[in-house]
Design a protein around this ligand. Structure first.
Ligand SMILES: [Zn+2]
Length: 192
């Protein structure tokens, strides 16, 4: 093993890591992934300027029967811009997350054990573990369900003048119910 392989001084840009090595050495690593390299996350954002900063710490414990168990904790932070639900302009959002994982040998094992483990999410580790995908997953989960400007630049009057129900003469109470059932609560979003 090369000492300093997981040197925290040097940000890691590589997409994959060896989770077993990280846990065995109790390594701490950190790095940044640019937003423009994250297709799934980027598609939810107003723009892809910036990056997601992350830190990862691994550790290994031994059960009473001597079997080694590997763990890691991921933290991440980022400033991103997402579309305002009202005016669709960019709203700056601070993302942060921290999650700890138990690492097992296979996807099947991870799926089986994840149901039982209340404390940790269970993941299949490996020598080429896709850390970039995990960071992207966690960043997506950290996004707010909706975002809106504290002071939206579109005045209320303009927003409510959007042609939502103009074609429907005198909508009764059931019309509102239908809209809810159709999941159209957000029809006040302006559509061109
Ligand atoms: Zn807005």
């Amino acid at each position: 093993m090369r000492p300093g392989r997981y040197d925290t001084e040097a940000p890691i840009m590589q997409r994959t890591i060896d989770t077993s090595e990280l846990a065995r050495t109790g390594g701490e690593i950190s790095g940044e992934y640019p937003l423009d390299a994250m297709e799934r996350l980027g598609s939810l954002l107003s723009d892809r300027q910036g990056c997601v900063a992350w830190g990862l710490r691994g550790w290994r414990t031994r059960r009473a029967d001597g079997v080694a168990e590997d763990f890691m904790t991921l933290i991440l932070s980022a400033t991103v811009r997402v579309p305002c639900v009202r005016c669709l302009g960019p709203v700056a959002v601070e993302l942060s997350a921290e999650r700890s994982f138990r690492l097992v040998g296979s996807e099947q094992e991870a799926e089986r054990l994840d149901l039982d483990d209340q404390q940790y999410d269970v993941l299949a580790g490996g020598s080429r573990f896709d850390l970039a995908a995990l960071v992207e997953d966690e960043a997506i989960m950290a996004l707010p369900a909706t975002a809106r400007h504290e002071r939206c630049e579109i005045p209320l009057a303009a927003a409510s003048a959007a042609p939502v129900d103009e074609a429907a003469p005198r909508p009764g109470p059931f019309a509102a119910l239908e809209r809810l059932k159709n999941g159209a609560q957000n029809t006040d979003i302006i559509e061109d």
